[in-house]
Design a protein around this ligand. Structure first.
Ligand code: P6P
Length: 328
């Protein structure tokens, strides 16, 4: 159970992690340190993003990533920064990233954890100054400490995540994460270079009236999804789609809403990646009283089959996801 006392808003991330570490009686601090390392990388990327216009890191980098998408320079920088922060932090033995086809080994074979991440999701929004985000998931390795990590460490399934979170580089920069004991939100204070607790135990509304999808794909959506969208319009719900997953997810988490990226003939498994987009956000969603499904089963129950596999996703307010799923 989580500690009975609620920590006061305004406590720093470091102090919060230290105090909550007692949620894990046998914790020896590695996960705490790993969370700090992720927060540090977030601070560094935040600085790069804010300078993007000035040091010409926007625009294509010329290379393309494993997805064949043209890589924005900030994508590459973010990937490098996270890998470096996790390598130097020493608590992570291996990483998978949207930007790399293969497992990245940090050399810290004594470390107990592995990280799956999308270092900068929504990168096509960078040069139009729209909010973007980092998404991450942490697993305790299943291979012996001291050996080199393997695929098995990453293919444990969503319910084996020990922590999951995102960093939203928006009008303010926020770190939101869970270790399975509720969801906590921290807001970054640039002048102090610190994340401060701003949202304790985030709970999302069970009902909502915001729906987020790319209606440009409406014609290609399954009939049940089209029917659901029609109902949203009849009820005069708000259509809100930023085209940046972390920003859409975060707004819906706070206000109550549903985000969905259904399968289409062009994308039969949807667009979003299971291991470092759907799983982590699904863990946060469930911890905040929401639901996350692929249309047939909870996202967290999907058996992983590949590092970069995609999954359809319907995620957000429980009643909205329930109604959508009942139509599929
Ligand atoms: P579409 C951004 O590329 C992303 O991965 C998510 O951040 C976003 O929600 C989605 O894809 C947007 O995709 O096909 O609607 O442009």
């Amino acid at each position: 159970t989580s500690n009975t006392y609620a920590l006061p808003v305004g406590v720093t991330l470091d102090r919060y992690i230290m105090r909550r570490q007692s949620d894990f009686p046998f914790a020896s601090g590695e996960l705490s340190q790993l969370l700090r390392d992720i927060a540090l990388a977030g601070k560094i990327i935040n600085k790069e993003i804010n300078r993007a216009g000035l040091i010409d890191v926007t625009g294509d980098y010329g290379s393309s990533n494993v997805q064949g998408e043209s890589q924005q320079k900030l994508d590459v920088i973010a990937n490098i920064r996270f890998i470096r922060a996790l390598k130097n932090g020493g608590e992570c033995c291996a990483i998978i990233s949207e930007e790399d086809e293969e497992i990245i080994y940090t050399g810290n074979d004594q470390a107990k954890y592995v990280v799956a991440m999308d270092p900068l999701d929504g990168s096509s929004n960078i040069d139009v100054n729209v909010s973007i985000g980092t998404i991450f998931a942490i697993y305790r390795r299943v291979t012996p400490v001291g050996s080199r990590a393997t695929l098995d460490d990453f293919m444990q399934g969503g319910r084996k995540q020990v922590a999951a979170g995102y960093i939203l580089y928006g009008s303010s920069t926020m770190l939101v994460y869970t270790t399975g004991h509720g969801v906590s939100g921290f807001t970054y204070d640039h002048s102090l270079g610190e994340f401060f607790l701003s949202h304790t135990d985030m709970r999302s509304p069970v009902k909502g009236s915001i729906y987020s999808c790319n209606e440009g794909n409406y014609t290609d959506y399954p009939a049940g999804v089209q029917a659901y969208i029609e109902r949203c319009k009849e009820r005069r719900y708000s259509a809100r789609y930023i085209g940046s997953l972390v920003a859409d997810f975060h707004r819906n988490l706070l206000k109550g809403g549903i985000y969905f990226y259904p399968p289409t003939p062009k994308a039969p498994k949807g667009k979003l990646r299971l291991l470092y987009e759907c799983y982590p956000l699904a863990m946060i969603a469930e911890q905040a009283g929401c639901r996350a499904s692929d249309g047939y089963q909870d996202i967290l129950d999907i058996e992983p089959a590949g590092l970069h596999q995609r999954s359809p996703i319907y995620i957000g307010a429980k009643d909205m996801v329930d109604e959508m799923i009942n139509r599929l």
